[in-house]
Design a protein. Structure first.
Length: 255
């Protein structure tokens, strides 16, 4: 049986009693249909996980913490997704899927061909949070304000590996020797353009700043499809790199 889950956005202590706000009460009562005395799984959004008992009355609703688990330690490098916002509901679908696949940082970028320059940030954050709960991710991703593409590298701390989606590029995209050594580092930055693609100037800027070009498909992908394809590509390679590094370290111990 699945245990209902909720984010409290704070670190909790054993036996602590946490009072809930109106939005949380509505979610637990009316969405999850949680009953008084039932068990609930709690995330703090920063890697912490605990369990508690839901207490519900006419006056107030609360959770009493009765178990705290050890804090989650990330094994793989953080993925940052810099993307041009997509029109319609495709934006929300892309955010949900990207969160489920492990993106830890979203940076909306403005490009020359960007078709959407405004979006409901509150709804985006709500979709991201619910996707975290659904996929049992203990960290809530960051979501930046939009910036221009050329300001991107000022917004994050020195990503050690940067890849950009480029359709039908002539160079071979699967140059593992180039990509793998850097992929097991602290930050992996994925750059995906708008529906109309990057301009020549924007593409040249990315390549001049050491973004590794990746042609994920021989066909032209829709922007939201390209986002998920690039995250899948990065996830596979960073895990290959992580496993390889563990084997290397284990071998060094026996020397």
């Amino acid at each position: 049986m699945n245990i209902p889950k909720i984010f409290l956005h704070k670190k909790v202590l054993l036996e602590e009693i946490v009072k809930l706000d109106l939005e949380q009460i509505h979610y637990l009562r009316n969405v999850l249909r949680l009953k008084n005395g039932e068990k609930i799984e709690i995330y703090d959004g920063q890697g912490g996980k605990s369990f508690g008992i839901f207490g519900d009355s006419k006056k107030e609703s609360l959770i009493q913490i009765n178990e705290i688990l050890s804090r989650n330690v990330e094994q793989y490098p953080k993925i940052t997704l810099a993307f041009a916002p997509i029109k319609g509901d495709y934006l929300f679908h892309a955010l949900r899927m990207a969160t489920e696949m492990g993106v830890r940082h979203f940076i909306p970028i403005i490009t020359e061909r960007c078709v959407r320059r405004n979006w409901p940030k509150k709804r985006c954050l709500s979709i991201i949070e619910h996707a975290c709960l659904q996929s049992e991710q203990p960290y809530i991703p960051e979501f930046n304000e939009s910036i221009h593409l050329f300001e991107l590298l000022q917004a994050i701390e020195s990503p050690s590996c940067k890849i950009i989606g480029v359709p039908r590029i002539d160079t071979h995209p699967y140059d593992f020797e180039h990509f793998l050594p850097a992929s097991n580092s602290q930050t992996l930055l994925i750059l995906v353009g708008p529906e109309g693609g990057f301009t020549a100037e924007e593409g040249n800027w990315a390549l001049s700043h050491d973004f590794f070009p990746v042609n994920i498909s021989d066909t032209i992908l829709r922007a939201d499809t390209a986002i998920i394809a690039m995250i899948t590509f990065a996830n596979i390679l960073r895990k290959i790199s992580f496993v390889g590094q563990k084997k290397l370290n284990k071998g060094e111990k026996h020397v």
